[in-house]
Structure formats: structure tokens, C-alpha cells
Design a protein around this ligand. Structure first.
Ligand code: SF4
Length: 432
């Protein structure tokens, strides 16, 4: 029996997909990347904002079309979309055979057996409480250079615009021992970079009494096979000196932090239920002083965002010159506190503001890339494309930031010392 999986959304969802494929692999199923060749198509969905839900529905419709030609095809939809919609997704798409929430994807092989036996539609959705562990099989799908490792699941921060706590449940950390076990397995497979992810990596341990990311990092750096250990999805209120110190002083930990700020005006941050700018500003200064590259994201057009708030954001972006920044327009999500705010920003204004942030940031990133000329740094090769080896440095996160284009015969997983020869396009650099 052939299984095909379509994975949507962020790296956190990607790990769930890797566990699903791992489970099917050990259960003796054949895996195909072509849904049209499969007997079962699984769609692991994302639903955290409207555009993600639209994308999930678009893919479901495409797979439903396949079923029109091949009646025996089983369609299973798992992850955040069914977690959000519940069984109404089966009413919307009667061709779906089973829906599985964000905490039951590891049961998919059993669910398929049940479906084949009883031919009755299956709904497996409950309050999310699951997190995978190192004993579950996982087929890593990233290039040989880097692998993600999810250290916690869910979120308890309750930013006022965010649906994640509803979709993924309250924050729950994995056991340090289990994470180390998985990291050891990843290192043995030859991956050079370990990328730690969670909805909020800096909250690690809080559900067990105290934040212990610094302890986890200290233990992880004992695995000498990793060239780099990178931290994504941090929260500005959850850093402390112990954490900053280990990032600063361990050569293996990337001098790179993904620190979503969302805004820099404290009125807006308060409405977002996020830490104030006065609280966050010293942290940014500290990280920048320590030579740490900062990648951030901004959310523009939040209810109540007036010109003066937005202009403050632009002037702070100019002042702090973040190395990398992305921006999103606010998406009004039902059942979130922000959706109840009355002063929503018109769609056109949101679009104009997000474009302004991108325009401003493009110039800053370009300037930063030029400043790296004549600086020697290591590049980890991720892939080969049209005569180029393409990789990333410590100051670039794969899949998110700009890339390094290198000449010469370098293969994925190779490490190369070079310097910026030319800035290429908006975000990339040529390294030689
Ligand atoms: S930190 Fe805020 S934005 Fe991020 S997942 Fe948690 S609630 Fe959502």
C-alpha cells in the first residue's frame, strides 16, 4: 500500500510530518512523493491564519479531484485545520475519510487499518496534549546539512491575536534526557546543524517549574559533532543572563537569534498582550552588543494601529537595523481577544504598511550584507543547483533568510570558509 503525505505550514508541523512518515515506514508501507500514485493521501495542515487555512483547503480540493478518478483513494486530513474545525470539515469535504487533530497524528497507521476494516469515517480530535519523543521513528526530510528538533509543544503565552494555544494546547516541554537522545541520533546521521524549535523555545522548562533552556543548551553542546546549534522562535520576555551568557560564550551556538518582536509601540504591544518596548529594548541592545545577528518579524495593521504607532515602528526598524526581518498583516482570528477590538485597520492600509516595512528592511539587509565583505566566515552547503553550491552561514537561517552561493565542487553537508564577493539580489550573497 502506498502512502503520500503533503506537509503544509511551519518547521514545527514539518517535524510532525516526519514522524508520520517514520511511523508508516516502520509499519511496512511504501512512501511515494506523488499523490497520484498513492492509495492513501495524508494532508498535514496549517490553520493559524486565514491564508494558511485557504492554502490547506486548496490542497484538500486538489486531492479530492484525484479521488474522483480513483474511487478507492483514502484521504486523511490531520493537524491544525481539523483541530480548529472539528467534524464540520467532513461536512465541507464529504470525500475525506478521516480527520485527525494536532495530537493524534502518530495514530495514523492504526486509523488506516480501522478505515479499511470498517469503511466508516473516522474523527480523532481531542484537547492537544501530545508531544513526540525520541523513541518514535522519524524520517528527517531536510537536506544533509541541518535538522530541526522540537523541544516543546503548545504555547501558554496567549498573545491576543494568536490561535496557537487553541490549536496546539498549553505549553509542554520534553524531557532533557529525551531531547539529548534525539540530538545524539541526529548527530550520528551526520547532520551538521541542529535547529531548536517550539512555539516559544525560551519558555522551555516553565511547565516543570523553571526556565531551563540554558541547561539544555549546555548539555547539547557536549555533542561535539554539531558545527552549529541554532535557536528559533524565542520570546523577548523569556531571556535571562544565564541564557544570554551561554549563547555568547559557546562557539557551537549560533550568534543568531530569531526574536519575533511584532511591534515597537508599547500601546500596541499592550493590546497584543506582549512585553512592552521599554522591557524589550535593553535585550536587543545587549544581544546586538554581543555581536548576535537578530532575525525578527513584525505584525502590522493590528487593531488600533494609527499612523503615529506605525511611524514609530518604522523609525525603530531604522534605528536598530535588524539583520533580517519579515512582516505580516494582522489577520483577524475569531475567538481571539484581538478579534473583539473594534478599531480594525482597513485592508488597504495594512497592505500599504506591510509593503513599507519590507521596503525599509530590504535596504538594511542589503547594507548588512555589503558590510560583511572582507569578513571570513564558514558556509554550510545545503544543496546544489545549476552549477552552484548553495548554503548558509551562521548569520543566515536556512529556509528563512538569504543564502550563500558558492562556486567550486562542494556537496551538501560540506563546510567551506569564504568571504562575500558580491551581494546577489535582495537577500543573497556570492561567496568565494
Ligand atoms: S508566543 Fe504568542 S504568537 Fe507565538 S505561539 Fe505563543 S501565543 Fe502565539
Amino acid at each position: 500500500m502506498k502512502i503520500s503525505l503533503i506537509s503544509l505550514g511551519c518547521p514545527k508541523n514539518r517535524i510532525d510530518s516526519e514522524v508520520i512518515i517514520g511511523e508508516f515506514g516502520v509499519s511496512g508501507y511504501e512512501i511515494t512523493q506523488f499523490p497520484e500514485d498513492a492509495d492513501v493521501v495524508i494532508i498535514n495542515t496549517c490553520a493559524f491564519i486565514e491564508s494558511a487555512r485557504d492554502e490547506s483547503r486548496k490542497i484538500i480540493k486538489q486531492v479530492v479531484k484525484l479521488k474522483e478518478k480513483k474511487k478507492s483513494l483514502l484521504i486523511l486530513v490531520c493537524g491544525c485545520l481539523p483541530q480548529l474545525t472539528g467534524s464540520s470539515l467532513l461536512d465541507e469535504f464529504p470525500q475525506i475519510d478521516g480527520i485527525v487533530g494536532s495530537s493524534d497524528f502518530h495514530k495514523l497507521p492504526d486509523i488506516i487499518l480501522k478505515l479499511k476494516k470498517n469503511k466508516k469515517k473516522i474523527t480523532e480530535i481531542r484537547t492537544p496534549d501530545f508531544i513526540y519523543n525520541s523513541h518514535l521513528p522519524r524520517l528527517i526530510s531536510t537536506p544533509p546539512s541541518y535538522a530541526y528538533l522540537k523541544i516543546a509543544e503548545g504555547c501558554s503565552n496567549h498573545c491576543s491575536y494568536c490561535k496557537i494555544p487553541q490549536l496546539r494546547g498549553e505549553y509542554r516541554s520534553r524531557e532533557i534526557k529525551d531531547i539529548l537522545n534525539e540530538a545524539h541520533n541526529i548527530a550520528e546521521m551526520g547532520y551538521k546543524e541542529l535547529i531548536l524549535i517550539a512555539q516559544d523555545t525560551t519558555n522551555f522548562g516553565i511547565d516543570k517549574g523553571e526556565r531551563t533552556l540554558h541547561k539544555l543548551l549546555k548539555e547539547l553542546t557536549k555533542t561535539k559533532e554539531f558545527l552549529w546549534i541554532r535557536l528559533l522562535y524565542t520570546h523577548p520576555a523569556h531571556f535571562d543572563d544565564k541564557l544570554i551568557s551561554i549563547i555568547e560564550n559557546s562557539p557551537q551556538i549560533c550568534k543568531y537569534i530569531d526574536l519575533p518582536l511584532q511591534h515597537t509601540h508599547s500601546d500596541i504591544l499592550k493590546r497584543m498582550n506582549r512585553p512592552s518596548w521599554e522591557q524589550t529594548k535593553p535585550l536587543i541592545k545587549k544581544l546586538q552588543k554581543a555581536g548576535i545577528t537578530i532575525r525578527t518579524t513584525f505584525l502590522v495593521g493590528f487593531p488600533g494601529e494609527k499612523e503615529e504607532h506605525f511611524n514609530k515602528l518604522l523609525s525603530d526598524i531604522e534605528e536598530f537595523e535588524f539583520d533580517w526581518a519579515g512582516a505580516f498583516t494582522y489577520s483577524c482570528e475569531t475567538d481571539t481577544p484581538a478579534a473583539r477590538l473594534t478599531d480594525q485597520v482597513p485592508f488597504k492600509t495594512k497592505k500599504e504598511r506591510v509593503a513599507k516595512v519590507f521596503e525599509l528592511q530590504k535596504g538594511i539587509t542589503h547594507k548588512k550584507n555589503i558590510e560583511r565583505k572582507n569578513e571570513q566566515f564558514l558556509v554550510l552547503i545545503d544543496t546544489k543547483e545549476k552549477g552552484h553550491s548553495i548554503g548558509h552561514s551562521e548569520f543566515q537561517c536556512p529556509e528563512i533568510d538569504g543564502k550563500c552561493y558558492c562556486s567550486g565542487k562542494l556537496n551538501p553537508g560540506d563546510v567551506f570558509m569564504g568571504e562575500v564577493k558580491k551581494v546577489k539580489g535582495e537577500y543573497d550573497v556570492e561567496v568565494g
